[in-house]
Design a protein around this ligand. Structure first.
Ligand code: GTP
Ligand code: MG
Length: 197
């Protein structure tokens, strides 16, 4: 898919203040620092569209972007950041649960996972929550440039083996690198395919 336009629309904590849910919506979520905002910039080809930082916890709000005047991309705050207080963790969970439940146009959630890591409890818990809520999702293994392709494949295989313990059918998977633009065509083609359904 060609990205003809990518515009920032709104940032907020309240789902009822998000843009009118009249377009297909794709949300990016995962641990703090996993590369959600960087991936959004890579996919859209707009470097500063979503704010990125080496410091975890950069994205704090629900950020909507309008792509090609036809679909929404959403950058969400990450989870699993150790320095966050119990209260703000609970607030995050409330906001995200509400968002997942109350966005009728939410078409697919991209769960981002650092391709260098073993399966981690917060990711597995989040994936389970999506399953329980019946939210469609796919997996994106990020930062593939940080190691060899073989290592990435091994980590992805370990991940899917772990998921197979609880899931009969595995979600679709993508391998990406924001710096090398790996996986860009695959992710955009997937969105285009789903948009046409
Ligand atoms: P929060 O908003 O804090 O939850 O983080 P995020 O998931 O949006 O991560 P962000 O895109 O801000 O990236 C975090 C750090 O990882 C930044 O220093 C990025 O430059 C770096 N990074 C993101 N993606 C990649 C990648 O594919 N390869 C490499 N090498 N670095 C990356
Ligand atoms: Mg971010």
């Amino acid at each position: 898919m060609l990205i003809r336009s990518a515009k920032f629309l709104t940032s907020n904590t309240r789902v009822d203040q998000c843009p009118v849910p009249d377009k297909p919506e794709y949300a990016f979520i995962g641990r703090s620092n996993v590369g959600k905002s960087s991936l959004i910039n890579m996919l859209t080809g707009h470097k500063g569209l979503a704010k990125t930082s080496a410091q975890p916890g950069k994205t704090q709000l629900i950020n909507h972007f309008l792509i090609n005047d036809y679909w929404y991309l959403v950058d969400l705050p990450g989870y699993g950041y150790a320095k966050v207080s119990k209260d703000s963790r609970a607030a995050w969970e409330r906001m995200i649960r509400f968002y997942l439940r109350e966005r009728p146009n939410l078409t697919c959630v991209f769960v981002l996972i650092d391709s260098r890591h073993e399966p981690l409890a917060p990711d597995l818990a989040f994936i389970d929550m999506l399953g329980t809520m019946g939210v469609p999702f796919v997996l994106v293994f990020t930062k593939a440039d940080k190691q060899s392709a073989l290592r990435t494949q091994q980590n992805v295989a370990a991940y899917t083996a772990k998921l197979s313990e609880t899931w009969d059918e595995l979600p679709r998977q993508f391998i990406t690198s924001a710096s090398e633009k790996t996986g860009r065509d695959e992710v955009l083609s997937f969105i285009e395919e789903v948009n046409q359904q």
